[in-house]
Write a protein that binds this ligand. Sequence first.
Ligand code: 3PG
Length: 210
Amino acid sequence: RTTELDSICLKAEVIPVLTIERIEDAIPLGRALVEGGLPVLEITLRTDCALEAIRRMNEALPGASVGAGTVLTPAQYRQAEQVGADFVVTPGATDALYRYGVSSPVPMLPGVATISELMNGWQYGYRRFKFFPAEASGGVAAIKAFGGPIPEARFCPTGGITLENAESYLKQPNVMCVGGSWLTPKKLIDDEDWEGIKALAQQAADRFHH
Ligand code: 3PG
């Protein structure tokens, strides 16, 4: 699991978090991000077409890793598996999700915001986490502090990350990548401005290249 997640996160320092309202946007939006240099995409299950979007993007964008985000229950986890999600991201974690994830073929990046939550995931064998909501939960200082008691844990901070503050997270030894919605502004999607989205992706990919 840890190895699978690491190989996905190694593909990009920045993971765009996408909320897709119109299914027609899925492929051009995903293509713009991948062409801009960000091949790992998290599609939130916050809209009716999200699962179908994952299915289509997986087919149309073979070089990309397409995961499901905002997974709240084992039932949603199963749906993500069924549409071919490469990984699952949760905003927080429950014991039911942890247990489901241990036996699923699709790796889960569970969300944690505190040391106690981290310890709970740790005892189920999880070693890679989403730190959410990063800025509201202590930001870089919290990530540094997590590295004291549990230095082996690695994080993808998400929630309030921007082009400006991403670097301060990525410099931390226990940060593997960052995620965020700043690469997919609603206005650009509504205007079908795929060149604009690609430019945002390129800007992030250039700035944070491994
Ligand atoms: C998520 O689910 O990861 C967040 O909605 C992304 O947070 P952001 O919108 O602050 O980038």
